[in-house]
Design a protein around this ligand. Structure first.
Ligand code: GLC
Length: 450
């Protein structure tokens, strides 16, 4: 980059401005227009940045998330904005069909990566010990209920790995392992007909994302219809997991989700300890099992971890950014971590000019600006850098942080960027890109002028 880059202070000021303009009083939307509601892991990432300069707002962001918690403990990936203009979104989901859904807000019927404990801990770290304890006391019941729900409903065979029922639950919507599995399932007739008659272009009238972002940077119309179709199927079962699992369904033990859960469990323990509580014994057992179960996702030949299907236990050997998430889990040994770092540093895998690509460059799926199929994202960079630091790979962590900040300094907080050229893509003024940049600049051990 040859342009003079703004100072750290002005990058931070720009990011704060984005977070302010996306704020509606009690929570922060991911980006205006494209994402008008509150999203689960977005709000967690957002509050991590907010905690650096406005602790009250960070706390409010998470409290606002808990408005959507179901009485069985589930945290939905979306809480819909309270406005009549979003009736269609609410109707697509009809979460009210399930008795556990809250009455006062309308939500989706699925979850997203369990980052809440990380956000609670990051906020806690900024508080004086007495305030920290009362913050944890406040958050603990909801967190506990959420973790218990994950194991009760999503790990029915006590395997230590929780299953997901929709690609959106992974947060990495159309990452190759998911799309690969989606395409293996038979297509409903109505979608095959649309495809044959080339009518999928009509989907543009119903899609919000392609009104805001060039279609080449989003999931294609047929895959979007397949996602929609899964929602319809889940809705017909009233979002009831027992009914959903009765018949063979699209179910997946996702690597990123389970790695984030493992880390979240470590935080849950820490929170419980700080407030003198004991994690219920059966949950404690499940937590231990999860750390061990990660090993079942290791492939000795490819020397990496993969997601696997819930029904057949087959590893889905399509590489993606998930391969690096065991670093974030903290549950692998140093020699495995070294294997992953080799991949991170290899130019045929993840080492690009602007790391880390969401799919390694040698994959047949790699698509420079394709949604979750190539670009670099600030949130996954943040998770990987955090894991690297904990394993002592400080040089690698700093390289990722520095490159992420450079992208934001040059272009502003976009949703994602080409990992090769750095060109910005997706939504502009994207909240988690802004908030995590603030966090990285203030804590990331870097000096942009280096
Ligand atoms: C997309 C992303 C997901 C994110 C949501 C809102 O669906 O894939 O991770 O939470 O947008 O930003």
């Amino acid at each position: 980059m040859n342009k003079e880059l703004p100072s750290n202070d002005s990058i931070i000021a720009g990011c704060k401005q984005v977070l302010d303009s996306n704020h509606n009083g009690s929570y922060t939307i991911p980006a205006g227009g494209l994402y008008p509601h509150q999203w689960l892991w977005d709000s967690c990432f957002i509050s991590i940045g907010l905690a650096e300069y406005d602790i009250k707002r960070a706390q409010k962001e998470l409290r606002s998330l808990l408005r959507g918690q179901w009485s069985n403990g589930m945290l939905p990936n979306i809480i819909f904005a309270d406005s009549d203009s979003h009736k269609t979104d609410k109707n697509i989901w009809q979460s009210w069909r399930n008795a556990y859904a809250p009455d006062h807000v309308s939500t989706s019927g699925i979850t997203q990566p369990p980052l809440l404990a990380e956000a609670v801990i990051r906020i806690g770290a900024k508080l004086k010990s007495v305030d920290r304890r009362s913050w944890y006391q406040d958050m603990y019941p909801a967190l506990l209920a959420y973790h218990e729900w994950m194991y009760r409903e999503r790990d029915p065979h006590n395997e230590g790995l929780v299953l997901l029922i929709h690609p959106w639950e992974s947060g990495l919507d159309n990452s190759p392992p998911w799309i690969d599995q989606l395409h293996l399932h038979s297509k409903p007739l109505w979608i095959s007909v649309i495809e044959k008659l080339n009518l999928d272009k009509l989907a543009v009238f119903f899609r919000r994302d392609t009104k805001h972002v060039p279609p080449g940077q989003r999931v294609n119309n047929i895959d979007a219809l397949l996602y929609f179709n899964i929602i319809q199927r889940l809705k017909r079962k009233n979002w009831d997991i027992e009914r959903i699992l009765e018949r063979s369904h699209f179910t997946f033990q996702d690597l990123t989700f389970n790695c984030i859960l493992i880390r979240a469990n470590q935080h849950l323990r820490e929170i419980a300890k700080t407030i003198g509580r004991k994690i219920p014994e059966d949950l404690d057992e499940r937590i231990k099992k999860s750390e061990e179960a990660l090993d079942n996702l290791w492939d000795g030949f490819y020397k990496q971890y993969f997601s696997r299907t819930f029904i057949t236990h087959k590893l889905v050997k399509e590489p993606s950014i998930s391969a690096l998430m065991p670093l974030y889990s903290g549950a692998i040994d140093k020699s495995r971590a070294e294997e992953l770092v080799k991949m991170l540093n290899s130019t045929s895998h993840f080492s690009t000019k602007y790391p880390v690509p969401s799919v390694p460059v040698n994959s047949s799926w790699y698509n420079e600006l394709g949604y979750w199929q190539g670009p670099t994202w600030i949130n996954t960079n943040w998770l990987i850098a955090d894991g690297l630091k904990r394993y002592g790979f400080n040089g690698e962590a700093e390289r990722i942080i520095k490159s992420s900040v450079e992208l934001i300094a040059e272009h502003g907080p976009h949703e994602y960027f080409s990992a090769k050229s750095g060109s910005p893509a997706g939504a502009r003024n994207f909240s988690w890109s802004a908030s995590l940049t603030i966090e990285m600049l203030l804590n990331g051990l870097i000096n942009k002028e280096d």
